[in-house]
Design a protein around this ligand. Structure first.
Ligand code: 2SA
Ligand code: MG
Length: 423
C-alpha cells in the first residue's frame, strides 16, 4: 500500500506536527526518520497544546503505530520526560510506539560536546539547540556511536564508558569553560535507559517493509526543514541529518520507488532560528509583527525566530530536491492586516538576476527581488472553506502555485486541528 512522506520546506517550524496529526487518521503507521530532540512538533486539539520531540506526531491517534526509525538520534533522558509528559493522556504507549534498534543514542557527553563546540566558535556559532545532535551524528558517521540495540548487550556499560571517556578528552581539547557534573548526568542517563528498554525495540526496516507488503499505509514524518539539510541546506548553518526526501529512505530503510505522495509544508512567510543567511529576513515592524502575531518562538529552546517574506527561490529549490507532489500552506492567518505583502521571486546575485538557489546566499552576494501583493484584513481563523478566503489571499496562493508548479492542497488558518481548509 502507500508510503507517503511529509517534509518541511523551509528552516523548520512550518507546522509539520499539526499536519501529521491532521493526516494520521489516513495512516496505519507514522514513522520519524531523522533528527532527534532538536525537533519540537506542536500539536493543538481540544484546547490542549502539546510539543513532541522524538515521538512521532501520530501518538495521539487511537490506532496508529508510531515508529522511531534508524535515522533518528534518541536522547533517553529527553525521551523519558516526553513519556512522562504523555502520561496524563492515558495513551497505551507501549502498544503504539516502537523503536529501531539501529537508532543512535545521544550520550550526556554529546550534549557537552555540542555546548563546547558552540562556545569555541564564538560569534560564528551555528546556533544549535544544544541537544547533542551534531556530535551524535559525527559519532554515527565516524563509526563510534552507540545504538539502541547496544543497550541489550551485556557490555553496554563498558562501551558507554569507553566512548564517554573519549568525549571527556575531546571536551578538554575545546578549551572552553563549561560547568558540568557528569556523574549526575550519567545517573539520569542510565535510569532513562531503563525507560527506553520498557518499550519494544525492532528491526524497523523489516517491520516497515512487511507492513507495506501487508497493505498498511505509512506516513514518514520529517523534522526540521529542507534548508537545514546537511547536504542541501545553508551549510554550515544546518543540522546534521538529511531532512530532505532521501533521508526517509536511509532513515527508515524504505526504497524510493515505494514513496508516493510527498507533502511539502511551508509557511506563508519564512522563519529561521539559529544563525545563518536568510535573504528575505525583515528587521523592521513587519518582521516584529510576524513574530508576535505568529508566536514565533522556538518550541524547544524558546528562542525568538527570525521572520521574513516568502522566498520562492528557496521554495522552488526545496520542492525540486524533495519531489514535492502536494503543498500545504501554513499560517496564512498571521498575514491578515498587512497593507502590502511581498514575495521574493528572484535573487540579484552579484549583479545578475537568477532564479535558482546558489552555493552562497550570504547578504553580500544576494539581494532578493520582490513582487508586491495587496494584503487582506479579514480574520481567517474561523473560516472553514476555500471559498470563504479573501480574494487577495487566493491571489497570493494561486501565484505561488503557478510559480512552484505544485498545487496547494491544504491552507491552515490557525494552530488547531480544526483550523484546516482543504482545497
Ligand atoms: P542542531 O541542534 O544541531 O540541529 O541545530 C543546527 C541548526 O538547526 C536548527 N534547528 C532548528 N530550526 C528550527 N526548529 C527546530 N526545532 C525547534 C523548534 C527549535 C527551537 O521546533 O522550535 O526550539 O529552538 C530546529 N532544530 C534545529 C538550529 O536552530 C540550528 O540553526
Ligand atoms: Mg518546531
Amino acid at each position: 500500500m502507500t508510503v507517503d512522506l511529509l517534509l518541511g520546506l523551509q528552516w523548520g517550524d512550518e507546522g509539520k506536527g499539526k499536519i501529521v496529526d491532521v493526516l494520521t487518521s489516513n495512516y496505519d503507521i507514522i514513522a520519524r526518520f531523522q533528527g532527534g530532540p532538536n525537533a519540537g512538533h506542536t500539536l493543538e486539539f481540544d484546547g490542549i497544546k502539546h510539543v513532541l520531540r522524538t515521538i512521532p506526531s501520530g501518538i495521539f491517534h487511537k490506532t496508529a503505530i508510531n515508529i522511531i526509525g534508524n535515522g533518528v538520534v534518541i536522547d533517553p533522558v529527553v525521551f523519558q520526560k516526553e513519556i512522562e509528559g504523555l502520561a496524563k493522556f492515558n495513551l497505551d504507549i507501549k502498544s503504539k510506539l516502537i523503536i529501531s534498534r539501529k537508532a543512535h543514542l545521544i550520550l550526556p557527553t554529546h550534549r557537552l560536546l555540542d555546548a563546547a563546540s558552540e562556545a569555541s566558535k564564538g560569534k560564528a556559532k551555528i546556533g544549535s539547540t544544544l541537544k547533542g545532535i551534531g556530535p551524535t551524528y559525527m559519532d554515527k558517521t565516524g563509526r563510534n556511536g552507540l545504538r539502541v540495540g547496544d543497550t541489550e548487550l551485556e557490555d553496554f556499560e563498558e562501551r558507554y564508558r569507553a566512548l564517554a571517556d573519549k568525549h571527556e578528552e575531546m571536551i578538554k581539547f575545546y578549551d572552553v569553560n563549561i560547568q558540568y557534573n557528569l556523574a549526575e548526568m550519567e545517573k539520569e542517563f542510565f535510569e532513562s535507559i531503563e525507560v527506553l528498554k520498557s518499550l519494544d525495540f525492532i528491526d524497523s526496516e523489516e517491520y516497515l517493509n512487511q507492513a507495506q507488503r501487508a497493505g498498511k499505509s505509512i506516513l514518514c514524518e520529517g523534522a526540521q526543514g529542507s534548508l537545514l539539510d546537511v547536504d542541501f541546506g545553508t551549510y554550515p548553518f544546518v543540522t546534521s541529518s538529511n531532512t530532505t526526501a532521501a533521508g526517509a529512505c536511509t532513515g527508515l530503510g524504505i526504497a524510493p520507488n515505494k514513496i508516493k505522495e510527498v507533502y511539502g509544508i511551508f509557511k506563508a512567510y519564512v522563519t529561521r532560528v539559529g544563525s545563518g543567511p536568510f535573504p528575505t529576513e525583515l528587521f523592521d515592524e513587519d518582521g516584529a509583527t510576524m513574530a508576535s502575531v505568529g508566536n514565533e518562538f522556538g518550541s524547544v529552546t524558546g528562542r525568538q525566530r527570525r521572520c521574513g517574506w516568502l522566498d520562492l527561490v528557496a521554495l522552488k529549490y526545496a520542492v525540486q530536491i524533495n519531489g514535492v507532489t502536494q503543498l500545504m500552506m501554513m499560517k496564512g492567518d498571521v498575514l491578515s492586516g498587512f497593507e502590502t505583502l511581498k514575495v521574493c521571486t528572484d535573487y540579484n546575485y552579484k549583479g545578475k538576476t537568477i532564479s535558482h538557489f546558489p552555493y552562497n546566499i550570504e547578504p553580500e552576494n544576494v539581494t532578493p527581488i520582490f513582487k508586491e501583493f495587496k494584503g487582506w484584513h479579514q480574520d481567517l481563523t474561523g473560516m472553514t472553506t476555500y471559498d470563504q478566503l479573501p480574494i487577495e489571499l487566493k491571489e497570493y496562493i494561486e501565484f505561488i502555485e503557478k510559480e512552484v508548479e505544485v498545487p496547494i492542497k491544504i491552507v491552515s488558518v490557525g494552530p488547531d486541528r480544526k483550523q484546516t481548509i482543504l482545497k
